[in-house]
Write a protein that binds this ligand. Structure first.
Ligand SMILES: *[C@@H]1O[C@H](CO)[C@@H](O)[C@H](O)[C@H]1NC(C)=O
Ligand SMILES: *[C@@H]1O[C@H](CO)[C@@H](O)[C@H](O)[C@H]1NC(C)=O
Ligand SMILES: *[C@@H]1O[C@H](CO)[C@@H](O)[C@H](O)[C@H]1NC(C)=O
Length: 392
């Protein structure tokens, strides 16, 4: 989809949700306040049964329903809010939700098979991750905080997500979802605490959000189509990343259509990154545009690594079978904390093609050495300013 039609999709979303929210004053709206179901905000007692009953009633109302979580601290064990629902459902979180230390579930709070969902509010979704971070002798936690599976025509806005045990906000097999104005905070050294992870999803927008965490600010996995990211401030964190793709041989992997615009990176490990395994399954990553990007002390502002193999038994001659094609970097400014500001290492088996670098101005903030770019197996063209000098 062209950029202009993405803008139209965005406008339609805004309109629908403005209508949805303004209709909250209309007669067909029903409110389901969790405290009316016996939820207690003492920060100690689990409220999962009360929340699930409120959700069940809200979801069954054949009109606009609002499940309300007022101010207060609510302890909450893992809950699955399942659809389909009869009408449109809003969940307004003004309170502070606190996870338990339970790590048996894959998701702390999940929404499944819901259409026309709005999750909004000024509250905080606190994953209590410190209870599992860095625990030796224990596998990494996989409990993501807020998970949306098979969710459509929906919006997630204005929430604060802090200290997840793993990913803060995850979309899987979802369609036409907008994430807007969220704030995500976890310590720089907290393991695997990605901000937002998007997989197998279509027509997704992330806008005006502020993400600081211990892993990727935004990670995109296989199967995505038309993802638009704008106005995101990332850092600390590992950047906006695609991958790692292709680890399990045999699967087909890839994604198409990504537009990252007007984003900034401050003190991040990476800026814009694509990572595929070597060897890998086959696949295609195509039609990506990164533009109007500001870097402040990113370690690797632009990095494509098609030889990713973190474990020891790797064949260093192995190549990835995922092709990366039609990628534009336009107006990328700022500085790099390492000399190699542009690092594009592609597969010799399926070289990168149709790459464009336009108006790149990245300096090296370290004391000694000059800024440079390094390329391997890439075919492309450079336009406008090239600092560091281009390598293809
Ligand atoms: C760029 O993003 C910032 C938020 O980081 C926002 O305030 C600003 O309006 C955006 N500018 C444009 C031109 O979209
Ligand atoms: C390259 O990707 C851009 C952005 O998605 C798209 O508009 C353009 O048509 C693609 N070019 C080709 C040759 O596929
Ligand atoms: C490139 O960036 C430096 C600072 O990082 C700035 O002084 C210079 O004006 C920029 N050049 C252009 C052509 O924008």
């Amino acid at each position: 989809m062209a950029a202009s039609s993405m803008v139209i999709v965005g406008t339609v979303f805004q309109l629908v949700f403005t209508l949805m929210m303004s209709s909250c004053t209309a007669n067909n709206v029903r409110f389901y306040d969790v405290t009316g179901y016996g939820a207690v905000s003492n920060g100690k007692d689990d409220n999962s049964k009360q929340f699930l009953r409120a959700w069940g009633d809200a979801c069954q109302w054949n009109g606009n329903s609002v499940m309300l979580i007022p101010k207060g601290i609510y302890k909450l064990n893992p809950v699955d809010f399942n659809g389909p629902c009869k009408g449109s459902t809003a969940v307004r979180i003004d309170g502070n939700l606190k996870a338990s230390t339970d790590i048996s579930a894959e998701a702390w709070i999940s929404f499944n098979y819901v259409d026309w969902l709005l999750v909004d509010g000024s509250g905080t979704v606190d994953g209590q991750g410190a209870s599992v971070w860095g625990k030796s002798g224990q596998p990494h936690s996989i409990v993501s905080s807020l998970v949306f599976n098979f969710v459509k025509n929906s919006k997630i806005s204005n929430l604060n997500l802090i200290n997840s045990k793993s990913v803060h906000l995850k979309l899987f097999k979802s369609e036409k979802v907008m994430i807007s104005g969220v704030k995500i905070r976890a310590p720089e050294n907290s393991p695997n605490t990605d901000g937002i992870c998007i997989a197998d999803s279509l027509d997704i927008q992330v806008q005006n959000s502020n993400i600081a965490c211990g892993d990727d600010c935004i990670s995109m996995l296989s199967g995505n189509e038309n993802v638009e990211i704008s106005g995101v401030a990332c850092g600390p964190g590992h950047g906006i990343s695609i991958g790692s793709l292709g680890q399990s041989l045999g699967d087909s992997n890839g994604l198409t259509g990504l537009h990252v615009r007007n984003c900034s990176f401050t003190g991040t490990q990476n800026g814009l990154r694509i990572k595929t395994w070597a060897p890998s399954s086959s696949g295609l990553v195509s039609n990506l545009i990164y533009e109007d990007i500001h870097m402040e002390s990113a370690d690797n502002p632009i990095i494509i690594d098609q030889h990713y193999c973190p474990s020891r038994q790797c064949d260093n001659q192995a190549q990835s079978s995922i092709q990366i094609k039609n990628v534009t970097f336009r107006n990328v400014q700022g500085d790099s904390s390492t000399p190699v500001a542009v690092n594009i290492q592609c597969s010799s088996k399926v070289p990168c093609s149709e790459f464009k670098l336009q108006d790149i101005n990245l300096s090296y903030s370290g004391r000694e050495g000059v800024v440079k770019s390094e390329c391997l197996n890439v075919d492309g063209q450079a336009y406008g300013q090239q600092h560091p000098p281009g390598c293809f």
